[in-house]
Write a protein that binds this ligand. Structure first.
Ligand code: FES
Length: 118
């Protein structure tokens, strides 16, 4: 296994991915992006279910513990470039953070559990 500094988990579970699309496609595309940028040193792993099952595709980046939702091609490009390569999370795509809980922007509360907001 190659040395890595971040681990990205992508849910490809049955409630996030209808007929193997789009979470599986996003997982494959993430692999292509990682391979094209050997300096970012990221490991990716499929997960079966994070028990949130909404606003998919969903991915989590560790060690930061940042949870992204609605990860389409454009969002994935930003996450890879800004977070995995640049070290700055893409705040407007984050719906949950380790040790903080749910964090939804006021204009985008769909998919957020309002009871968990801090
Ligand atoms: S199937 Fe993806 S979070 Fe549940």
């Amino acid at each position: 296994m190659r040395t890595h500094v971040r681990h990205v988990l992508v849910c490809t579970g049955p409630r996030c991915d209808v007929d193997g699309v789009p979470a599986h496609a996003m997982f494959r595309r993430l692999g292509e992006m990682i391979d094209a940028r050997p300096d970012i040193k990221v490991k990716r792993t499929r997960a079966q279910c994070f028990m949130v099952c909404k606003e998919a595709p969903i991915m989590v980046v560790y060690p930061e513990g940042v949870w992204y939702h609605r990860v389409d091609e454009k969002a994935l490009e930003r996450i890879v470039t800004e977070h995995l390569e640049g070290g700055r999370e893409v705040s407007e795509l984050v719906f949950h953070r380790l040790l903080e809980g749910d964090v939804c922007p006021a204009e985008n509360t769909e998919g957020c559990d309002q009871d968990d907001l801090v």
